[in-house]
Design a binder for this molecule. Structure first.
Ligand code: FAD
Length: 411
């Protein structure tokens, strides 16, 4: 009897999406080869071990769900929950950080308006509405200015005027809304040694299961055509690279995705001697116009155990808001920190600046239109599957479910 060799699927991109695609494909018995343009896996996710502590370059953890936990268990990566103290989250207003962003009557007004919108059933977003328009309609201007805008800039890094309300919110209102299945952990969790450890363990587990890695190997659409017909290709590349590939594979989709906004970010991790006056909690979000240039700050050592004795903070800036000179960005951080409430301009003991000229897609109307196009289905019939944070799920916890669903479709 002749032995039937398994179907071979090529994965392009070894970031979080590509590694997970390889993991699920291997689980389903496919032969898998991963191509990565850079010399290492992880994409945006990297952890730098500095003399003062860990510095993450992108996400610092996952929102726990069963899927994340089972992958972490399978690759031998221990996840630990965030500390209880990190439940305290701050909004910056009128020169100080506060847990409740509204003034008393403003807050009452917002609650009443949201309640009416819920009772009279006009909470659901309307086609073509921006998040800002939706927010003003259901909760009023204060709801948008002091809660929605800073909270969304902490996730989507874009102003609510640019974000599509149906794209972000519709899943909460339709019958289709299905929260990811819960595992044994709750809330934010992170690998004990940082996200880089999760990436390294996932890669090692894939190698041990005969997945071949080709680093320093950027793939073009022309060469992937034959692979798609032979077994299938998973494109796990960021939006700009997906647009490049689609220029050959589907010019209509390339044009539609090409209209999607792009966000560059600068993430600065700085270490300080701890002070009794340091804010304790998850971090602080900064509404625009309050005199702070940063979008938000994370208080890393307060979030997870074992991240060292020093005060570790990661400040996120829009790439467009800060100059190219790292030294000036660090000065900006010191000025922002001073406004946040540090009585003194303490110099950091160590700093790491990470620039992502392209970090994230904007979840805008153009993306909503591109995702609704019928050409995605014909691409899949031709063996080209696209996954990544521009396909409807930005956060890692939802991205993992989307990647898994794609692999099920291939299988
Ligand atoms: C500062 C920052 C903070 C964030 N914080 C959070 C957070 O708190 N929570 C959260 O859930 N998410 C967060 N995110 C988002 C999250 O990190 C990303 O959505 C996720 O890491 C994207 O993974 P990916 O594999 O889809 O893409 P990427 O990480 O971009 O990986 C794509 C890979 O494809 C490779 N590639 C590109 N073109 C080619 C080609 N032609 N051939 C071969 N390889 C190619 C690239 O080199 C790269 O390695 C954050 C992002 C940033 C930038």
């Amino acid at each position: 009897m002749t032995k039937v060799s398994p179907r071979k699927v090529r994965v392009i991109g070894a970031g979080f999406s590509g590694l997970l695609a390889a993991h699920y494909l291997r689980n389903r018995g496919f032969e898998v080869e991963v191509f990565e343009a850079e010399a290492r896996s992880g994409g945006l996710l990297q952890t730098h071990r500095l003399p003062w502590g860990l510095a993450e370059t992108a996400a610092n953890g996952f929102l726990a769900n069963l899927e994340i936990e089972s992958v972490a268990d399978a690759v031998g990566c221990e996840l630990e929950p965030a500390r209880r103290a990190s439940r305290r989250r701050f909004f910056f207003r009128a020169g100080r950080a506060r847990q409740w962003p509204f003034r008393f009557f403003e807050g009452v007004g917002v609650i009443v308006r949201l309640f009416f919108a819920w009772i009279f059933r006009f909470l659901a977003p309307i086609e073509g509405e921006s998040v800002a328009t939706w927010g003003r309609r259901v909760g009023g201007p204060a709801f948008v200015r002091w809660l929605l805008a800073p909270a969304l800039s902490g996730i989507y890094a874009a102003a609510p005027e640019r974000l599509s309300a149906p794209l972000l919110l519709r899943r909460f209102f339709g019958q289709k809304f299905k929260a990811p299945k819960r595992g044994r952990l709750r809330g934010l969790v992170a690998p004990r040694h940082g996200m880089g450890d999760f990436v390294a363990k996932l890669e090692a587990s894939l190698r041990a299961r005969d997945v071949a890695f080709r680093f320093g190997r950027g793939v073009t659409a022309a060469e992937a055509q034959g692979w798609a017909a032979a077994g299938g290709v998973v494109w796990a590349v960021p939006l700009p690279a997906a647009v490049d590939a689609l220029t050959t594979l589907s010019p209509v989709l390339a044009a539609a995705l090409g209209r999607v906004g792009r966000i560059g970010l600068v993430s600065v991790t700085a270490f300080f001697d701890p002070r009794p006056s340091d804010l304790r909690g998850f971090g602080c979000l900064f509404p625009r116009g309050e005199g702070v240039v940063a979008l938000g700050a994370l208080f890393n050592a307060e979030i997870f155990e074992g991240r060292g004795e020093l005060r570790s903070e990661t400040w996120i800036y829009s790439h467009a808001d800060v100059p190219r000179d790292d030294a000036i960005v660090v000065e900006q951080l010191a000025a922002d920190r001073l406004r946040l409430g540090g009585a003194t301009k303490a110099a950091p003991l160590g700093v790491r600046v990470q620039r992502w000229p392209f970090a994230l897609p904007v979840y805008d109307e153009a993306l909503a239109a591109a995702l609704a196009r019928p050409e995605w289905a014909s691409l899949e019939r031709a063996g080209h599957y696209f996954v990544g944070n521009y396909r409807g799920s930005l956060g890692l916890s939802r991205l993992i479910g989307a990647v898994r669903a794609t692999v099920e479709a291939i299988a």
